[in-house]
Design a protein around this ligand. Structure first.
Ligand code: TYM
Length: 521
């Protein structure tokens, strides 16, 4: 029987371990659990091992130096602290940004409940800072369809109370408001739920991508089997093509081909959009999707550059480093809706301590901040490197006790969650709709290249000067695109195409009638 007391894994992790008893650690979008050793104890997630197993390179000092050279800003604290620790082609994104001025950021959330937990905020806060730093467009995907399909699959096809399509759509809206409260800029951020948005070019890309993934490949990446519902098997393609800028023409000022802007010529628009690279910040559980994605970017009819990733570790469960905070176990997680007293009680009662058994022992030998959950949380949320270092030193020396570390963590998290809740109260439906409406995004990109990156895709990768916009005036074409209906010539072409289609329709109708105009049998 596997015991998890050693690190006190939460029940959600225990359930996975009971079911799978992984001889090696298990990390995919649906399971996160450390290795179970011979005595049945769960070990901490080994991130270096993950990097080796899946050939995901670690971030190095060279990346930090490049980052600072390209942005002119110090490297982000989560990167410095190795909490954002691995990547795929991050250097290529920096090269592209330096040369061409922009890229697209993409991240997401699977709305499994009405409130996000503290762990979910980590990639969003990091993404927000990247967006501010690079001044680039961001898309955030809310996978209400994934969570619906997954929950129904878990319940053997039975639709239980609170897990109908509309429930997940509702969670999406609540979670979108949570995400907005973290401070995103509506001018350059598009947030959407799959149920509300997927169609048009997005679905076009999805179909093509689905044709490139076999059942065996999807099962291998996510652990699906013959009993998995087909919706879930197919879902992954959507999370993958969400990384293609060509899935969102409106964000770049092009009309989508779907009604009411139907435009049969729209296919040509994939060209320029397909040249924009994307960077995905997320934790490593989502990496299997993007392994599948990267292998197929260049196989699309309009090949896209291989998507880049920047990956974070998991904010651990309160019970310790063998699992991640899980929304399905309230005692493993601090929720963004928790009241100050709940935060205090959860940390005091459940946060695994790196302290010694007794006060005497602790004073004599000191504690271990590396496994101490209160300290770990502080390492994500405390801004000051000096204070963090000071806390670790005092804890190691025995000068600081577990209770004191927990008290510092409680006050920091209460302030963070309290501030969040105040902002969240102000997020109305109308504000939410400002983010979810497909529209042209406005962003400047690399300031060294003129800061005009959002002015239509043809000008996206040129400097302002090369674009003939050195005087700060947007090009006539880009102005015409402002309203999201395309340029005059594009609209004219669309009208002609519409007329042609009408004529074709009339011809077909005539062919179906007899000489006297009666329908032929
Ligand atoms: P979801 O809702 O499971 O997680 C949302 C984001 O939070 C990260 N994450 C964590 N990060 C730190 N500590 C934790 N304890 C923790 N738990 C989760 C996830 O890695 C993710 O970045 N299918 C996805 C939704 C999605 C998505 C994406 C995520 C669609 N497209 C692109 C990232 C990037 C999901 O269910 O995420």
């Amino acid at each position: 029987m596997a015991t998890s007391e050693a690190v006190g894994a939460p029940p959600a992790v225990n359930a996975t371990i009971e079911a799978k008893k992984p001889a090696t650690q298990l990390i995919d979008p649906y399971n996160v659990a450390g290795q179970v050793d011979d005595s049945g104890n769960i070990k901490a997630i080994d991130y270096d091992q993950h990097s080796k197993d899946f050939a995901v390179p670690l971030l190095t000092q060279q990346h930090f130096d490049r980052f600072e050279a390209v942005t002119g800003k110090p490297v982000h604290r989560l990167m410095r602290r190795k909490l954002v620790f691995s990547h795929r082609d991050f250097d290529k994104i920096l090269d592209f940004y330096e040369k061409h001025g922009s890229f697209m950021l993409y991240t997401g959330r699977g709305p499994s409940s009405g409130s996000m937990h503290l762990g979910h905020t980590v990639p969003f806060l990091f993404t927000k800072e990247l967006q501010e730093l690079f001044d680039v467009p961001l898309v955030i995907m809310m996978t209400d369809d994934e969570k619906y399909l997954f929950t129904r699959n878990k319940n053997d096809g039975v639709q239980k109370k609170g897990s109908a399509v509309e429930d997940f759509l509702h969670y999406s809206h609540d979670n979108i408001k949570d995400i907005i409260a973290l401070g995103f800029d509506p001018a350059k951020t598009f947030i959407y739920t799959d149920y509300e948005y997927v169609g048009g070019h997005f679905y076009w890309n999805t179909s093509e991508f689905e044709s490139l993934v076999t059942h065996n490949q999807a099962s291998g990446a996510f652990g699906w089997n013959g009993s998995t519902n087909v919706g879930l098997v197919a879902y992954g393609a959507k999370q993958c093509v969400a990384a293609f800028p060509s899935s969102y023409p409106e964000l770049y000022g092009y009309p989508d081909y779907r009604p009411p802007e139907f435009n049969p010529e729209a296919k040509r628009r994939f060209g320029p959009l397909a040249s924009i690279p994307t960077l995905i910040p997320c934790a490593i559980d989502q990496e299997p999707y993007f392994r599948i994605l990267r292998d197929r970017c260049e196989r699309m009819t309009d090949p896209h550059p291989k998507t880049s990733l920047i990956l974070s570790k998991f904010l651990t469960a309160l019970q310790g480093p063998g699992g991640k905070m899980s929304a399905s176990d309230p005692n493993s997680a601090i929720f963004m809706s928790d009241k100050p007293k709940q935060i205090k009680d959860k940390i005091n009662k459940h946060a695994f301590s790196g302290g010694r058994e007794s006060l005497e022992e602790h004073r004599k030998h000191g504690g271990n901040p590396d496994v101490d959950v209160a300290y770990t949380y502080l390492s994500y949320f405390l801004d000051s490197d000096e204070e963090l270092e000071d806390l670790a030193t005092k804890y190691r020396s025995g000068e600081m006790l577990t209770g004191e570390m927990k008290a510092r963590c409680i006050s920091e998290l209460q302030a963070f969650v309290g501030d969040f809740q105040k902002k969240r109260e102000g997020v109305t439906d109308e504000i939410m709709r400002n983010f979810t409406r497909p529209r042209k995004l406005v962003f400047g990109g690399n300031p060294n290249l003129g800061g005009k990156a959002s002015d239509g895709v043809p000008g996206l990768f040129k400097t302002a000067e090369a674009n003939g916009e050195a005087n700060g005036e947007a090009s006539a074409e880009s102005k015409e695109r402002e309203d999201g209906r395309g340029t005059k010539s594009e609209r004219k072409a669309a009208k002609l195409a519409e007329k042609k289609a009408e004529k074709e329709k009339e011809k077909l109708a005539l062919r179906g009638k007899g000489e006297d105009g009666e329908a032929a049998s």
